[in-house]
Ligand binder design. Structure first.
Ligand SMILES: [Zn+2]
Length: 274
């Protein structure tokens, strides 16, 4: 069957290229129960567009809605555990095969699985940052504060989304209380890169350096629809590095790929990485 042939090709690709630049996206975490943003055609599949950076920073109503949904969604994200895909990539690193793992996920599941050389391209959902004084606090602490101020919201069930957000159709967010930074009164924001916000340059530079040293690139569970990820496929192609991708559905870089495996990440990686 086709998938068997694909997996043989992936094993061969992994055998041929000693040092890998690994880029992962939401598809790596779907088997941990964290839903993907996009369907097989790369289209957005949630009912509402994600919150935009400028809107979050300038509009209190947006922050109320964001954090109210976050209180519910984070309970789900917080409980997620690594799956076979995370574990296989951690084994690959221990075998000395990973130049660097760059992830678009904010769930920290690669680190939980044992990967050490990781760039969290889009930040981390388990940290909250003050946009005025740069103070950082654990999301768990902020969660406790939010729940304390808004006890009625904590019990609400909702469909969880990848960034710990949740869809609560028709909810009234007006009464939700959002505490500001205890040190300076500044606006608190998850330490993740929002839409409309750029990825910090040092993360991109570290990733590009690793890519330059790698023999090949491995894209796992990303449609590369967002430029922050796509640029690495484009750079790999410009550097004439072979690229293999494991993803269900199309990617923005399909025409740049040396090998494409349409399978779930956990299944493909567990089968191909000893
Ligand atoms: Zn502050």
């Amino acid at each position: 069957m086709a998938e068997g042939i694909d997996l043989d090709s992936l094993r061969e690709f992994l055998g041929r290229h000693a040092r890998l630049f690994v880029l992962t996206g939401a598809g790596v975490s779907t088997d941990s129960g964290i839903p993907d943003y996009r369907d097989a055609d790369g289209e957005w599949k949630r009912p509402s567009r994600p919150v935009q950076f400028r809107e979050f920073m300038t509009d209190l109503a947006t922050r109320k809605r964001y954090w109210a949904r976050g209180v519910v969604g984070w309970q789900h994200l917080h409980r997620a555990a690594p799956n076979d895909a995370h574990r296989a990539l951690a084994r690959l690193e221990r075998a000395g095969r990973v130049e660097l793992l760059v992830t678009q996920n904010v769930d920290r599941l690669h680190q939980a699985a044992g990967s050490e050389e990781v760039v969290d391209l889009h930040g981390r959902a388990d940290v909250v940052r003050c946009m005025s004084c740069e103070r950082r606090i654990p999301r768990a602490d902020y969660q406790a504060e939010l729940v304390g101020l808004n006890p009625a919201w904590a019990g609400l069930g909702a469909r969880a989304a990848p960034d710990g957000d949740a869809d609560l159709a028709g909810a009234d967010y007006e009464s939700f209380r959002v505490p500001d930074c205890a040190a300076c009164g500044g606006t608190l924001k998850p330490d993740v890169v929002f839409f409309g916000e750029s990825v910090p340059r040092e993360r991109v530079e570290r990733a590009m350096q690793a890519l330059a040293h790698a023999d090949a690139a491995l894209v796992i569970g990303s449609s590369l629809m967002v430029f922050s990820g796509y640029r690495f496929a484009r750079a790999a192609s410009e550097l004439r590095k072979p690229i293999a991708a494991v993803n269900l559905g199309r990617t923005r870089a399909d025409e740049l790929l040396t090998l494409k495996v349409e399978a779930t990440c956990a299944r493909a990686l567990a089968a191909c990485i000893a």
